[in-house]
Design a binder for this molecule. Sequence first.
Ligand SMILES: C=CC1=C(C)c2cc3[nH]c(cc4nc(cc5[nH]c(cc1n2)c(C)c5CCC(=O)O)C(CCC(=O)O)=C4C)c(C)c3C=C
Ligand SMILES: [Fe+2]
Ligand SMILES: [Fe+2]
Length: 347
Amino acid sequence: MKTAIVLFNLGGPDGPDSIKKFRVNLFSDKAIIRAPIFIRFWLARLIARSSAKAAEKNYALMGGKSPLLAATQAQADALQTALGEDTKTFIAMRYWHPFALETARAVKAYDPDRILLLPLYPQFSTTTTGSSLNNWHEAAAQAGLIKPTTTLCCYFDDPAYADAIAALVDDASARAKATLPPGARLRLLFSAHGLPESIIARGDPYQSQIEASVAAVMSRLKDREVEHLICYQSRATPQKWISPSTVEAIEQAGADKTAVLVIPIAFVSDHIETLVELDIENRELAAHCGVPGYFRAPVPNSDPAFITALAGLARRALEHGNGLCSHQGGRACAATHKNCPWTKYAA
Ligand SMILES: C=CC1=C(C)c2cc3[nH]c(cc4nc(cc5[nH]c(cc1n2)c(C)c5CCC(=O)O)C(CCC(=O)O)=C4C)c(C)c3C=C
Ligand SMILES: [Fe+2]
Ligand SMILES: [Fe+2]
């Protein structure tokens, strides 16, 4: 049976000329800026313009483009190899190429017997997974792609996913401790992408799924008693965002004279928010605040344990339609998933 697996991520500019267009696409999304269309049209351009210089400078530090598509392609290739011959993986990005419509046409040409939609966001948010899935369904309809489809909406506390992250954190902790003086304090900062408080207030399950991911990872670490904190990075609009921010957590670590290991918990691939914000800007901030040691755990990228976790999720979703948490034909998952976000937002 021929299976198409569509991997979703946010996308990023592929050169200096596309930075502005990519960011206008992002801020024009009604899942990101919740204003009527005619206000959103102007607001998107205003916000994109107001932060354009900083964004251009940050992309320049990565050679003028985002590495996200290359990292996602490597994940797609590794997953295809793990799942075997009858499976072909595809990538659909939300705000830059390959857009959902391009991908839906490619999937149609492949003519699979079934499709699995697999977001590269372990935690569900209306701003990421919800937006990508709604966008996919519109694109599939436009491309005339009608095939049995299963959706994996989130896997924030999947045991194999949590095992993979815990192993990366254990390794990074050991490396950090090896460079610190004996007895020095180390605090784990689980840094997730932030969201405006108003989006959480409207019922977005992202923050509670982040907390569940962190609990699942903590329960698997070699040192379960280590100090840890959840914080939120990458504030991108003037509204009030969920807190504490990663910047505040670093400042606090400076005041407490505690070294930090920053763990990007909502990202599965490297991109501007890990390579520039965490590795350059926040490292400089930590030095400035007198943090006695600043370390960053890797994101999974194509880590074999992470790819094995994705392959297991994909197999279970396709076989039973009730992995954690998957949906067949748009039906809600089995009773295994309380408060399933799919029924509320993405149906
Ligand atoms: C209101 C603005 C934003 C929300 C809400 C948001 C949520 C969100 N984003 C990610 C993951 C990624 N974000 C990326 C880039 C990016 N995100 C925003 C804004 C919001 N994100 C902006 C303006 C940008 C562009 C970068 C910049 O201009 O500074 C990326 C890709 C980055 C790249 O390499 O190009 C990812 C991935 C998550 C997980 C999330 C909410 C849960
Ligand atoms: Fe973002
Ligand atoms: Fe569900």
